[in-house]
Write a protein that binds this ligand. Structure first.
Ligand code: GTP
Ligand code: MG
Length: 170
């Protein structure tokens, strides 16, 4: 039988960047133009099958609104992986993403795998965060980096797969 490795994963990032939308695209293959803002946090599971076993992600989708920020440590403390999401059309959300990277580097498990997702790639024509800038930041901090679109389904499965592969190679 296939070996299954559980992995706790947290999604972090400013409100409205598309954390819930990425998950709904991954799990339900759907996208909503009027996705409701998350209250507190929501829990999902999703299994990625690899050649040498499967990774079962136990996912906490956190709420990005500022009033929920103090809850984040409760979710990232025991996490083995994190996806930090920003919106490529909104520079402030990239600054917020950098803040979360630092916070995890200081306070999360030392072996945590962190991925950076520049979401809303379908809005490329009105981007305000250049790919090179994010890629450089990701490289300097040892992060997996991809630009994604929950709307047009770009790099959604791929970013989870990259995390699963990195975890299995550790
Ligand atoms: P909080 O739950 O408040 O933290 O927000 P969130 O990060 O979960 O964002 P959510 O998934 O609710 O998406 C916010 C808005 O962005 C919704 O209107 C989505 O339809 C839209 N959105 C999400 N992903 C994309 C994307 O890839 N492209 C475009 N164009 N819009 C997106
Ligand atoms: Mg949400």
């Amino acid at each position: 039988p296939e070996k299954i490795f559980p992995s706790k994963l947290i999604l972090l990032g400013e409100s409205s960047v598309g954390k819930s939308s990425l998950l709904l695209r991954l799990i339900n293959r759907q996208f909503y133009n009027y996705q409701e803002s998350t209250i507190g946090a929501a829990f999902f599971t999703h299994t990625i099958h690899l050649d040498n076993g499967a990774v079962k992600f136990e996912i906490w989708d956190t709420a990005g609104q500022e009033r929920y920020n103090s809850l984040a440590p409760m979710y990232y403390r025991s996490a083995q992986a994190a996806i930090i999401v920003y919106d490529i059309t909104n520079k402030d959300t990239f600054e917020r993403a950098k803040y979360w990277v630092k916070e995890l580097q200081i306070n999360a498990n030392s072996g945590i795998i962190i991925a950076l997702a520049g979401n809303k790639l379908d809005l490329n024509t009105i981007r305000s965060v250049e790919t090179d800038e994010s890629r450089t930041f990701a490289h300097e901090n040892g992060l997996i980096f991809m630009e994604t679109s929950a709307k047009t389904c770009v790099n959604v499965t791929e970013i989870f797969k990259a995390i699963a592969e990195k975890q299995q190679n550790n």
